[in-house]
Design a binder for this molecule. Structure first.
Ligand code: ADP
Length: 485
C-alpha cells in the first residue's frame, strides 16, 4: 500500500484551538489515518494559541501579499500534529476566538480570513511546498469551503478534493461584494460556482465544486437531503448525492479512556464498575447535590443553543423532578438559556446543579459520574458527547436524529430480549417525548442488574477512530486513483 498524502484544511484543531466537535475530529483523524497509510498535514490559521504552541518550525513559503499584507507559511509540529500554519498577523493575531472577537461578534473580515485559508490550501495543493504535494485536499466546514473552489478554477494538475460537513447550519455566507476580492475568475460567481442566493457561500462553493462530499454520520447524510435539515443546500446536495456519503466520527480513545483518565477521582472500566460510584459522589458534591448513590443522576455537557434542544429540557424539567432524579449541567452559550438554567438551579436546590463556561475536567467527571447523559438535540450531525457517554457507561438518552440515531441502540423490547441496548432514544423531538424518555430511563434504573448490562453494552460499543479512518482512507484512495487516471 503506497502512502497517500493528505492535506487537511481546518479552522480549529484539538488541543490547540477548539470551539466544538470539529476540532476533536481534526485533531484525532491524522493519527488514525496514519495507521491506514495516509500521511496527513493539517493547514490551520496562525491564531495566537497556535503560534504559541509551535515546536520546531520552518518557513515553507513567503507571501508578499495575502489578503492585505505579507504572510508566512510555516511547516511545524505542535502537540504531535504535523501542521502548516499561516502566520498572517493582520488576519489571525487578535484576542478573542477563532471566529468572533472578545465582544462575541463575528470578525468583520471573516470572508478574507477564511478565503486566505482556502487560497493557501489551494496553493499547497498545486505544489507550493515541493516537499509535500498532497494527493487529496480535505476541506472541513465552511471556513475551508473555498479550498475546493480555488483548486477547481486553477489550471494544471490538481489533487482530489473532499468537502466535509460537520454542521450544515454554519454556511459562511457573505455579501456579493466579497466576490471580486477573492482572486477567482469572474465567472466563478455563478450558480455553478460560489454564488449562493445572490451572495457568496463558502460552504456552498465547496459542496458545488469538491470531487466528493462527506458528512459525519449516515443518518445526517440522509437528513440533509431534506428541506428541514438541508437548510437551503438540500437542492444542491440532491444533485450531488452520488458523491455524498456519511462516515461516523470516532472518539479520541486516549483522551477518553475511563480506565486511565487522570481527570477522574476514580478511574474504572467495565469489569470494575463499582469504582464508578466514587465519581458519582464527587460529581454530586461538586454541584452541591446530596450524595445519594441510588438517586438517578442525569448529566448534560453541551453548548447551550437551540440546536441542542436544551430549552425542551427546561420545559420538561417537572418530570425529572417528579421521578426524583438529579440533574447536573455544564454548558456555555445562549444567554437566555443560561439564565433559565441558572433559575432552575435556584428553584430546585439539591436537585439541579449548573455550571457555565468551558471546563474539560468537569466534562470528564460528568461522563464518569452521571448515570445517564441527556442529548435532546433538534439536529445532530454526529455528536461526540454521546460517544464519550457510551465509553464511560453513562447511558445516553438521545433524540432520534442524525448521528445520535446511528450510535445509540434504544432499549426497546427487541433490544432487551437480544441484550443489545445501549441507551434510550426518543422521537419526535418534543417536550412530551423527552419527558417520556426520562420516565422510561427511570423505570430501567429500578432494575439494577439490567442497568449494569446496559452499561457494559454501552462501554463495549466500538467508538474508535479506526473504523472511520478505514472509511476515509478508502474514499481518499479511490479519489486519488480517479484523479491519476
Ligand atoms: P458540537 O460540536 O455541536 O458542540 P459535539 O457533541 O460534536 O457538539 O462536540 C462537543 C464537544 O465539546 C465534546 O467533546 C464535548 O465534551 C465538548 N464540550 C461541549 N461543551 C463543553 C463545555 N461546556 N465544557 C467542556 N467541554 C464541552
Amino acid at each position: 500500500m503506497s502512502e497517500l498524502k493528505l492535506l487537511s484544511v481546518v479552522s480549529e484543531i484539538y488541543p490547540l484551538v477548539k470551539t466544538g466537535g470539529l476540532a476533536d475530529v481534526a485533531g484525532a483523524l491524522p493519527a488514525a489515518l496514519k495507521a491506514q497509510g495516509v500521511a496527513v498535514r493539517t493547514l490551520v490559521p496562525g491564531y495566537p494559541a497556535v503560534m504559541a504552541a509551535l515546536g520546531a518550525r520552518e518557513e515553507a513559503f513567503y507571501f508578499d501579499h495575502l489578503f492585505g499584507a505579507p504572510a508566512r507559511l510555516y511547516a511545524a509540529t505542535a502537540a504531535g500534529l504535523d501542521l502548516f500554519v499561516i502566520d498572517a498577523p493582520h488576519l489571525y493575531d487578535r484576542p478573542g476566538g477563532p471566529y468572533t472577537g472578545t465582544d462575541g461578534r463575528d470578525y468583520v473580515d471573516n470572508a478574507q480570513r477564511f478565503a486566505a485559508l482556502g487560497a493557501v490550501a489551494s496553493g499547497i495543493g498545486l505544489g507550493l511546498v515541493p516537499g509535500f504535494v498532497p494527493d487529496v485536499v480535505h476541506a472541513h466546514d465552511w471556513q475551508a469551503g473555498l479550498a475546493p473552489a480555488y483548486l477547481h478554477y486553477a489550471s494544471g494538475r490538481r489533487p482530489g478534493t473532499v468537502m466535509s460537513i460537520h454542521n450544515i447550519a454554519f454556511q459562511g455566507q457573505f455579501p456579493a461584494s466579497v466576490a471580486p476580492l477573492l482572486g477567482l475568475p469572474a465567472h466563478a460567481f455563478s450558480m455553478g460556482g460560489i454564488e449562493y442566493y445572490g451572495t457568496v457561500g463558502y460552504l456552498k462553493a465547496g459542496l458545488q465544486l469538491a470531487d466528493r462530499i462527506t458528512t459525519v454520520s449516515p443518518g445526517y447524510a440522509a437528513e440533509i437531503l431534506q428541506p428541514e435539515a438541508g437548510m437551503g443546500l438540500e437542492g444542491l446536495l440532491n444533485q450531488r448525492r452520488g458523491v455524498l456519503s456519511g462516515i461516523l466520527n470516532g472518539l479520541d480513545a486516549a483522551a477518553w479512556d475511563p480506565a486511565a483518565d487522570s481527570l477522574l477521582p476514580s478511574p474504572f472500566d467495565a469489569k470494575r464498575l463499582d469504582a464508578r460510584a466514587a465519581n458519582k459522589a464527587a460529581l454530586q458534591a461538586r454541584f452541591g447535590l446530596p450524595q445519594e448513590p441510588d438517586t438517578l443522576l442525569f448529566g448534560v455537557v453541551s453548548r447551550l443553543s437551540w440546536q441542542k434542544g436544551l430549552d425542551l429540557l427546561m420545559d420538561g424539567l417537572g418530570t425529572l423532578i417528579d421521578i426524583g432524579a438529579q440533574l447536573v449541567v455544564l454548558g456555555s452559550g445562549d444567554p437566555q438559556l443560561t439564565e433559565r438554567y441558572a433559575g432552575s438551579a435556584r428553584v430546585n436546590p439539591g436537585r439541579v446543579g449548573v455550571q457555565f463556561g468551558y471546563d474539560e475536567e468537569l466534562a470528564h467527571l460528568i461522563q464518569a459520574g452521571s448515570d445517564a447523559l441527556l442529548v435532546p438535540s433538534r439536529f445532530e450531525p454526529c455528536g461526540l458527547t454521546q460517544l464519550a457517554a457510551l465509553r464511560y457507561g453513562a447511558l445516553p438518552v438521545v433524540a432520534r436524529v442524525g448521528g445520535l440515531a446511528d450510535t445509540v441502540i434504544d432499549v426497546n423490547e427487541m433490544a432487551r430480549a437480544s441484550g443489545v441496548g445501549t441507551g434510550v432514544q426518543f422521537s419526535p423531538v418534543t417536550v412530551p417525548a423527552l419527558q417520556n424518555a426520562l420516565t422510561r430511563t427511570h423505570a430501567l434504573w429500578q432494575d439494577k442488574t439490567l442497568w449494569r448490562t446496559l452499561q457494559r453494552n454501552a462501554m463495549a460499543t466500538d467508538v474508535s477512530w479506526d473504523r472511520a479512518a478505514r472509511a476515509y482512507a478508502e474514499l481518499f484512495r479511490n479519489l486519488a486513483r480517479e484523479r491519476a487516471a
